[in-house]
Design a protein around this ligand. Structure first.
Ligand code: C5P
Length: 399
């Protein structure tokens, strides 16, 4: 595995080279990222020698491949381990402050496993602001904490605040990789996807251009974060092969309604991305309709059940309901009205103004509006990236 080892400015930083050696010996690649204060306690040369890689210390160093090195390192690493983690570093991470190379990298790392190994004086450790910050960090699904432990401290006192020994940290890293924290483990999520086909006769239907890409991408993202997924899809050529995704294929809106309403009570969340037909032909012929007159053909359509509104009406406390909206005018006002009317927690507004967004393409650009008035605008991204953003914003960060 690839580990980014963050080192901040506490006396325990002198143990960092030993931790690097243990991690390298266990077969990992290690990239060190140290703060300026850490380099008062341990040298660049030691860290570069034991890790075999140039140290990351300066956001704007000409030695960086690019000025976005913090993002490249986030993409490179499987986990960020910060040992020692000082009160200053913990305070910055807990409050989203990114004012140097390591704190910027750490913020970018949220969404991947982060392990922090606090080390400080006992009184600092038990100071109320510190404990408040730790309380918040411990609530983050992908963040784990190792130590601190009791014992003799560098300031001459004895108490809690010693960084765990490198051997203990190295073992915790192995456990982290053996058992990666999955933020949606234990959650069941319903997803609807694709179009619906409303039969006219035995060979014709009323349908739409939905590909199902968005819903399948959501199912993949949810499963990758540990959820069990009930995916209910209208007709599409897509397939999905993941043990945690249970796919039910349906054809019409009424079939989708029956399956989705039966599955919803056992789910903690539902994301309804299907392009469900609002109307269906009142009568379906069981044979192919013959061409009859030159006057044309009139189909009388009747309304389909609104699956999303129906789930909204039966939503219980603790369930999260997310719908999509595709609007051509007064987009935000209409989406926000739909959010209220259908009792949703979030609505994802597809932009129709942007080329590359919406139906039948692999990219999308969305605005996620929350019941609490929150709003998040995405850039044009792949549908998989949009799916990850929706899952992280609406389900993971809300836990
Ligand atoms: O009201 P409108 O059709 O614009 O709402 C779109 C949202 O409602 C989408 O999330 C879609 O999946 C869902 N929907 C539904 N059942 C319908 C119509 C729409 O679940 N019959």
């Amino acid at each position: 595995m690839r580990i980014v080892l963050g080192i901040t400015g506490g006396i325990a930083a002198y143990k960092a080279p030993q931790l690097v050696r243990l991690l390298v010996k266990a077969g990992h690649e290690v990239q060190c990222a140290a703060t300026d204060h850490a380099l008062q306690f341990v040298t660049r040369v030691s860290l570069e020698t034991v890790s075999g890689r140039p140290l990351y210390n300066d956001l704007f160093s000409p030695a960086n491949n690019r000025s976005t090195e913090h993002i490249s390192l986030k993409d490179w690493g499987d986990a960020l381990v910060v040992a020692p983690a000082t009160a200053n570093f913990i305070g910055k991470l807990a409050n989203g402050i990114a004012d140097d190379a390591l704190s910027t990298l750490a913020l970018a790392f949220c969404g991947k496993p982060i392990m922090i190994c606090p080390a400080m004086n006992t009184q600092m450790w038990f100071a109320p602001p510190m404990q408040r910050n730790m309380g918040y960090l411990r609530s983050l699904p992908l963040l784990s904490v190792v130590g601190p432990e009791g014992g003799e401290l560098a300031c001459g006192t004895t108490g809690d605040g010693r960084m765990s020994e490198p051997e203990t940290i190295a073992k915790a890293v192995e456990a982290l990789f053996a058992n990666p924290a999955m933020p949606l483990t234990g959650q069941r999520v319903l997803v609807t996807a694709g179009p619906t086909y409303e039969r006219i006769d035995s060979v014709r239907f009323v349908g739409n251009y939905s590909s199902g890409n968005m819903g399948f991408a959501l199912a993949r993202s949810l499963a990758a974060h540990g959820a069990e997924v009930d995916l209910v899809s209208g007709p599409t050529h897509l397939d999905i092969d993941h043990p945690a995704v249970h796919l039910t294929r349906v054809e019409s809106a009424r079939e989708m309604y029956d399956v989705a309403t039966a599955l919803y009570p056992a789910c903690q969340a539902a994301i309804l991305s299907a392009a469900v037909a609002d109307y269906r032909p009142e009568h379906t012929a069981d044979h192919k309709l013959k061409k009859q007159s030159t006057d044309g053909l009139t189909l009388h359509m009747v309304q389909n059940p609104d699956i999303l509104a129906s789930l909204g009406a039966s939503k219980r406390k603790g369930q999260t309901l997310i719908g999509f909206a595709l609007e051509t005018d007064n987009e935000e006002a209409n989406a926000s009205a739909k959010l209220q009317r259908k009792n949703l927690d979030y609505i994802v507004l597809n932009s129709l103004r942007d080329k590359g967004a919406g139906f039948g393409v692999d990219t999308n650009k969305v605005t996620i509006m929350g019941r609490d008035g929150s709003r998040l605008d995405s850039p044009l991204m792949s549908k998989q990236q949009v799916a990850d953003l929706i899952v992280e914003h609406c389900l993971i960060h809300q836990q």
